[in-house]
Design a protein around this ligand. Sequence first.
Ligand code: 5GP
Length: 336
Amino acid sequence: LAFIQQLPKAELHAHLNGCIPISTLQHLAKDHLYSATPSSTSQAVKESLERLTSGVTLNEIHEFFSLFPAIYELTATPESLAVATRDVLDLFLSANPDRNGGYPQASYLELRSTPKETPRMSRLEYIETVCNEVERYDREGDRAAVIVSLDRRMTDEVAREVVECAIKLKKAGRRVVGVDLCGDPLAGDMDSFAKHFQAAKEAGLGVTLHIAETPDNPVPETLRLLSFKPDRLGHATFLGSEEKNFVHNSRMCVEICLSSNLLCKTVKSLDEHHIRHYLKHDHPVVVCTDDTLPFKNSLVGEYALLMAPAPIGLGLSEQEVERIAKMGMDSRFRSS
Ligand code: 5GP
């Protein structure tokens, strides 16, 4: 464990609203329920909030996804979004002597989030709020940065607005380093996103795309996404030989989330995990957590899975794990 704790590691695939510590959510939910709860709060959301405040334990992935509308209600003001962001930064980056042997989980974090328009915030203000916290937390500028996510369900107009916000903030010297494509893996028309990712690339932003997450993602769609020439790929679980060749030739780093894949049942066992393919071909990967709230995982735990003997883990040596950690650090989107 000490070996993993002290290893410099990059967390490059963590969704803000999926990584809020449960204690923070409970605190925000209490404030929300006992404040002048907006009349627009639906009964279903109220029930989710009550479940959160009563200390719900999440056993099933769908239980977590069903909590999202409530989580979004809790992070719908600049003040609550700032609290959530701060606690997520702390979760990954604080060197708390009572946690993780006094080492931070990650040496570097790229925190991603989908900007939402709420009655209290525009999408630009959403990203500014996250940036403010990241910049305040990491004044030196070498430990944390922001990736702005586009949801596959976004309209063309909203996707354009979001990318324009990301570019505007990058040009203003703020800590935005990239854009992402996420959300329901089967939703949306990927053709319409091409121009937005092109604009992001031209502005010097890194591009990462969730891709081929399910066996139902059609090959032409995957090839279309690869034609955007992303720098990194999220999951990339179901790539066929043509897509794999493309990925190998372009050396796009694959963001690997072991626990997420096992718990979402997109991969049956670590023995069959696609990380093995990439390691065998000496292809860049980075090991990440995805959503620590539902998966109850940590970056150190993900690295422990790399080292634990089969069938629990992949049984890799210290040397191999060191190399994986270095590949992750080398795959950061640098702010400049
Ligand atoms: P947020 O962007 O709101 O900060 O983080 C939560 C959102 O991230 C979810 O609503 C979903 O759109 C996206 N997300 C979280 N985990 C996954 C995942 O494993 N796959 C995909 N495609 N999207 C995800």
